[in-house]
Design a protein around this ligand. Structure first.
Ligand SMILES: Nc1ncnc2c1ncn2[C@@H]1O[C@H](COP(=O)(O)OP(=O)(O)O)[C@@H](O)[C@H]1O
Ligand SMILES: [Mg+2]
Length: 305
């Protein structure tokens, strides 16, 4: 549905957990603890369909952890959520991706050693990379191979990566890697795309192009939820902003409203916001969702079925 025909957000109350006229994702009581630390404690949140929503908040606010929970890469201690009306708690990540909600991932060391095209094909499985060999085994793969390859070609052209199709992902520039991360997420034809800091480490010449690609997702009817630290970019592309602090939703509204909100200003200043967030979480208490890239380096025979 084109953005102009979506229900307006004008009447949505400017408060944490506000009801949306057409929510694609609704989460309730989602809690994730790491030892004594409560990383996520979201009472209620709704993501509007067909819009670009920015999730902002200081370092350590729980944004990435919340993404990991929603997309099935991590399990909550408590809570439920629905996506397109379907309950998703406990559904593994590759199934979540096939149900239409997909998140981008930084290209790990294992993915760097695959070609751009292989990364795209792997994206079609909704797998992040650790199950690469297993992902290639199903008999259905052959039958779908042509369609999947065509889809990959089409996306590589759209993201101007087609000339790089046979290059190793590891040889791409920072900006091209971000484009590949986005392109491979689109392989499953998602309804909703989650982008965690899509502009981090990208040079200014490429940010406009990346922003254009994000806006194009909305034009194509997709819902976008993205984490970004650069407030100019948030203002430029988002229809709605959700502010997290200490695991909870602190405020919601349009970009201008939220950025003028004293609670938001406090949350940032109070946390000594760092412009260069580290990509790695601290030493994991539980298994970190991004960690097991070594699994893909094992020979296929060692993969458990
Ligand atoms: N695997 C983990 N083990 C232990 N603590 C973690 C883990 N992942 C995140 N945390 C902690 O949870 C909190 C939220 O982190 P995160 O979701 O990465 O925040 P954000 O993405 O908003 O910067 C932080 O205090 C972080 O240190
Ligand atoms: Mg993060």
């Amino acid at each position: 549905m084109p953005a102009e025909t979506l229900p307006s957000l004008a009447d949505v109350p400017r408060e944490p957990g506000a009801k949306k006229p057409d929510a694609i994702l609704v989460a309730d009581g989602v809690v994730r603890r790491f030892g004594g630390l409560t990383a996520v404690n979201v009472n209620h949140v709704e993501i509007p369909r067909g819009r670009i929503t920015a999730l902002i908040g200081p370092n350590g606010a729980g944004k990435t952890t919340f993404f990991n929970l929603l997309t099935g890469f991590d399990k909550p201690d408590e809570g439920t959520w629905t996506f397109n009306g379907k309950t998703l708690g406990g559904v593994p990540a590759h199934k979540v991706a096939r149900l239409g909600m997909v998140r981008t991932f930084q290209l790990t060391k294992a993915l760097n050693r695959l070609t751009v095209m292989d990364n795209m094909l792997l994206g079609a499985t909704g797998q992040k990379g650790e199950n690469f060999f297993r992902a290639l085994i199903p008999a259905t793969w052959r039958a779908q191979e042509r369609e999947i390859t065509e889809r990959a070609e089409e996306l590589l052209v759209r993201f101007k990566l087609d000339a790089k199709r046979n290059d190793f992902a590891g040889s791409l520039s920072g900006g091209q890697r971000k484009l590949l991360e986005m392109a491979r997420a689109l392989m499953v034809r998602p309804d909703m795309v989650m982008l965690d800091e899509p502009m981090a480490g990208v040079n200014p010449a490429l940010t406009q192009s990346l922003l254009g690609h994000v806006k194009a997702l909305r034009e194509d009817g997709m819902t976008v939820l993205f984490v970004e630290h650069d407030m100019d970019m948030v203002r430029d592309i988002s229809d709605w902003v959700i502010v997290m602090g200490q695991g909870s939703v602190l405020a919601e509204g349009t970009p201008d409203e939220v950025m003028a909100d004293p609670r938001v200003i406090d949350a940032y200043l109070g946390a000594h916001h760092d412009d260069e967030p580290s990509e790695e979480p601290p030493a994991p208490v539980a298994a970190a969702a991004d960690a097991p890239e070594t699994a893909a380096e094992k020979p296929a025979g060692e993969e458990k079925a």
